[in-house]
Ligand binder design. Structure first.
Ligand SMILES: *[C@@H]1O[C@H](CO)[C@@H](O)[C@H](O)[C@H]1NC(C)=O
Ligand SMILES: *[C@@H]1O[C@H](CO)[C@@H](O)[C@H](O)[C@H]1NC(C)=O
Length: 459
């Protein structure tokens, strides 16, 4: 088997490459002028965006993103939460109807149960139903061996906090503490992220006198000092750490619950009094947000913990309710033109620096260059066997080629079979370096590991 491995040094150098980006975007569909999902999927594939969050389980969208290398977060709509919380079989029915038909071809990685459910102020939205729905869905995943592949969480608004300043003194609203404790226990037990929709824009709009614009715009402001010694140069970091402090205040200090920014953005237009809702400010904020999402930097409280970020939003949605700014958070108009210029080019996409757009001259490209994932030659055999079992089972890899009579059956060695399966998994999941980690047993290589009639897949 002619496998050529990268030297550790080269592997180390690989890490900061922008293909290792992790920029997500929210794809809302409350517009009557939006392009078909297939067009959206094809075009996103040529950008640095590798994760998409939707607000339902729209079957056309899930179909369109099959085999796209883009991970998807789907949602249970708020008005479906009660139903799913009612019985385990209601959750089974929902999952079978909405999710099963699309996996594993579509890489569904998270189910967001409700959206800002606890802040709706609607008495019909029982907080206990939320946690029960999350638990029921998790049971469904467990029974199908999918719990490692698909996570369950729920996006919160910043309104779940009683106070957010100073960040280190922040706590959840008293009435929500029992629910939050249950949710955090669930997230810690299942290794799922805490999702928060964080908008410095609204905080700035509502308090322009006390908040410097640069601070809200993710700029390098002179700094806000927290009594515990943390220095904040931008409000988004302060908001994230306010959530972190509230989590810690409920006793979840030791468990590492990852915080994900499930929405953040800046409108390009608003009501007449929303004077900072402008294309220039939106461009500045979103450009900096993308840079932040691609960096490995955390926040002052946890400088080394990378934050996953989902921009809000892909499109201006002309049918969205609320003030004018609500309909103007998009990077794109419905016809595919950019609302303002934001660079979404992916340096390591072949045909680099291509223009994202729907108009003439925009072309579709594959993500390149060619890279594969294989098992480290000296990785522990038991670990590698576990990885192989995972990939061919819950991981959803088609492993027929490494079974007897398959083109990759020989050599009949655990490492060889695992390499085939790990690579297939890696290619399926968008070639993010963490999809070739496998507890340290995977290795990214530039050499095609294919041999004879045994072909290793590539995107
Ligand atoms: C939940 O929704 C399903 C499908 O729409 C429906 O058949 C069922 O009766 C609902 N269950 C409850 C408890 O509302
Ligand atoms: C922000 O300002 C600080 C202090 O002036 C400086 O050290 C740092 O490099 C700046 N960061 C950025 C991203 O400009």
């Amino acid at each position: 088997m002619a496998l050529v491995y990268l030297f550790p040094l080269l592997l180390h150098l690989l890490r900061p490459f922008p293909t290792v980006s992790a920029v997500g975007i929210n794809y809302g569909t409350l517009g009557n002028n939006l392009p078909p999902p297939k067009t959206v999927a094809q075009l996103l594939q040529s950008t640095l965006i590798d994760k998409v969050k939707i607000y339902d389980t729209n079957p056309q969208i899930l179909q369109a993103f099959s085999n796209s290398g883009i991970d998807i977060i789907v949602a249970v709509e708020n008005n479906n939460v009660a139903n799913i919380s009612s019985t385990k079989s209601a959750a089974e029915d929902w999952f079978s109807a909405r999710i099963t038909p699309f996996i594993p071809a579509t890489s569904i990685v998270t189910i967001a149960v409700g959206n800002e459910y606890l802040a709706t102020g609607d008495d019909n939205m029982d907080p206990n139903a939320l946690i029960q729905a999350m638990q029921n869905l998790h049971e469904v995943l467990l029974s199908r061996g999918l719990d490692r592949k698909i996570k369950i969480s729920t996006p919160h608004s910043m309104a779940v906090l009683a106070t957010s300043f100073p960040p280190s003194a922040s706590t959840f609203a008293t009435t929500l503490m029992p629910t939050m404790t249950a949710i955090l226990t669930f997230l810690a037990d299942t290794g799922s992220p805490f999702m928060v929709n964080a908008y410095p824009y609204f905080a700035y709009r509502d308090n322009p006198a006390t908040v410097p614009l640069e601070y809200a715009l993710l700029g390098n402001s002179s700094g806000v000092h927290d009594p515990k010694g943390y220095v904040y140069t931008n409000m988004l970091d302060a908001q994230i750490d306010a959530i972190r402090a509230a989590i810690v205040s409920l006793g979840f200090e030791g468990q590492s619950i990852h915080i994900m920014v499930s929405e953040s953005g800046w409108p390009s237009k608003g009501e007449p009094d929303e004077t900072t809702a402008s294309p220039d400010n939106a461009k500045t904020y979103n450009t900096r947000l993308i840079a932040k999402a691609q960096s490995n930097k955390g926040t002052p409280m946890k400088p080394n913990e990378k934050i996953d970020i989902f921009l809000f939003a892909l499109f201006n949605e002309n049918k969205k309710q609320g003030g004018s700014s609500e309909r103007n958070f998009g990077l794109f108009n419905g016809d595919g033109s950019k609302v303002y210029d934001v660079d979404l080019s992916c340096e390591f996409c072949s045909g680099s620096k291509m223009e994202f757009g729907f108009g003439p001259g925009s072309k579709m490209v594959q993500r390149g260059p060619s890279v594969w994932c294989v098992a480290k030659p000296h990785a522990d055999e038991k670990l590698v066997q576990g990885v192989l079992d995972f990939c061919c089972g819950p991981g959803g890899v088609d492993c027929r080629e490494i079974y007897e009579n398959g083109a990759c059956f020989g050599p009949n060695k655990v490492h060889a079979h695992a390499s085939y399966a790990m690579n297939a998994y890696y290619q399926m999941h968008g070639r993010n370096y963490w999809n070739c980690d496998f507890k340290g047993s995977g290795l990214v290589t530039f050499s095609d590991p294919s041999y004879g009639t045994c072909k290793y897949s590539q995107q």
